[in-house]
Design a binder for this molecule. Structure first.
Ligand code: H79
Length: 403
């Protein structure tokens, strides 16, 4: 295992934070709801750079408290945080010397948001990472994506990449060291440029993990599509970024929050397939993580507080649940955790195809350590369970076994 990946493979669960000028618009431009994700509003409404820039003067999140966000992440059981240093709109949420278009220089707020968050996260024992949009930049004349202000035919993307994006990444890595993850997005147009970026990150900060979306197979781990949980086990390091509702950047009218139960089951599903889940919050322009999302996170954290040993530091293990099985499996040496997501109504938990894969010496409920009888039936292990699910979301049955 590559040394820099060791902590990452253990922690399983991180917080993604999308916060920027788009949070002010909250999905509304000129009185109209703009379809699509909130952080794409500049492009989806084709807002001219000169108009969008003016938002900076309105960015004054008086309720922003980095400690509070970091505490919430810890209480949710998350172990790392990835924050949007620069999203596709090009606005820098950190103190950059390469542009005036930053939270420090262009807003009445004037504080180094990324710096405060990085410190707060480390104070809570969380690793801190930065999201940096290396390809799309709708503000920079040579960045990709903006064809409503700039003529794409006259862009010099390589110049933007080498003289702006790379220096900014170096700046982030140096100024806010140690940056645990550099989270690039959507891929890089050419392998040459991607390689230059990777070389830079390795040189400046060898322990920094590079997201798969640098492209061309050059990242340290595979990044699944947004909200795309794979159907089965995937070998190698991978992560899936997930939204709590249907947007990354805050939208005032998106109330489609996932329930805590759904988030817990998604996390367990992801971990059982060998991945990490990076769960997003989209704070408001006031600097508040919307209370509905905070409530969900705390509930997830409550479950992890009780059952975290079946998640952190686990691997998929010797048993793969069939796709339609009502459970998922994780494992550590000497133990398989059967996460029962739909409790059997007949008192029998059937673990399919376990014979020959595990030698079970003991079965018990993780919470309360109640002993459970078990028998073999053909290739299946059948565990006798109580009528009532200890936890309707995920009751964990532990199999002590050789594997
Ligand atoms: O930061 C979040 C998204 O903004 C970002 N990735 C997550 C983590 C992202 N950037 N690009 N994409 C996701 C791919 C998006 C493609 C599309 Fe579209 C945006 C499809 C629909 C909206 C571009 C605009 C193509 C069609 C319309």
């Amino acid at each position: 295992m590559s040394g820099r990946m060791r902590w990452w493979a253990e922690v399983k669960f991180g917080m993604f934070i999308h916060w920027g000028l788009y949070s002010i618009l909250a999905g509304v431009w000129r009185g109209r709801c703009v379809p699509g994700v909130g952080e794409w509003i500049m492009r989806n409404a084709r807002i001219p750079v000169r108009e969008y820039e003016k938002l900076a003067r309105r960015f004054n999140p008086v309720k922003f408290d980095a400690e509070e966000w970091a505490r919430l992440a810890r209480e949710a059981g998350m172990r790392y945080v990835v924050f949007t240093a620069k999203h596709h709109d090009g606005f820098c949420m950190y103190d950059s010397e390469y542009t005036d278009y930053t939270v420090v220089k262009a807003t009445p707020f004037g504080r180094d948001v990324l710096g405060e968050l990085a410190d707060a996260c480390r104070g809570e024992g969380l690793r801190f990472g930065a999201y940096y949009s290396q390809t799309l930049d709708w503000h920079h004349p040579d960045g990709m994506g903006n064809d409503w202000d700039y003529d794409p035919g006259r862009k010099d993307f390589a110049r933007y990449f080498k003289e702006y994006a790379m220096p900014q990444v170096e700046e982030i890595l140096t100024k806010y060291r140690p940056v645990a993850v550099m989270w690039f997005d959507i891929g890089t147009p050419t392998p040459e440029l991607a390689r230059e970026m990777v070389g830079l990150v390795r040189r400046v900060s060898p322990d920094t993990i590079i997201s798969g979306r640098i492209g061309h197979g050059l990242g340290d781990y595979a990044e699944m599509g947004d909200n795309e949980i794979p159907r089965g086990r995937v070998e190698g390091y991978w992560e899936v970024p997930v939204t709590l509702n249907d947007t990354w950047g805050f939208k005032s009218y998106d109330h489609n929050w996932k329930s805590p139960g759904r988030v817990i089951q998604m996390l367990v599903d992801v971990v059982s397939k060998g991945g990490n889940m990076l769960l997003n919050v989209g704070p408001t322009a006031e600097g508040v993580i919307p209370e509905p999302s905070a409530e969900v996170l705390r509930a997830v954290g409550g479950w992890l507080e009780r059952c975290g040993e079946s998640v952190y530091g686990t691997a998929p293990g010797p048993l793969d649940a069939p796709l339609d099985a009502p459970y998922r499996c994780t494992a550590k040496p000497g133990r398989v955790y059967v996460h029962v997501l739909a409790w059997p109504w007949d008192g029998e938990l059937r673990v399919f195809g376990a014979r020959g894969r595990v030698e079970v010496s003991r079965a018990y409920l993780l919470e309360g350590e109640r002993e459970l009888e078990f028998r073999w039936d053909g290739d299946d292990l059948v565990v006798a369970v109580p009528d009532r699910a200890p936890d309707p979301t995920d009751s964990v049955v532990v199999l002590e076994c050789e594997w």
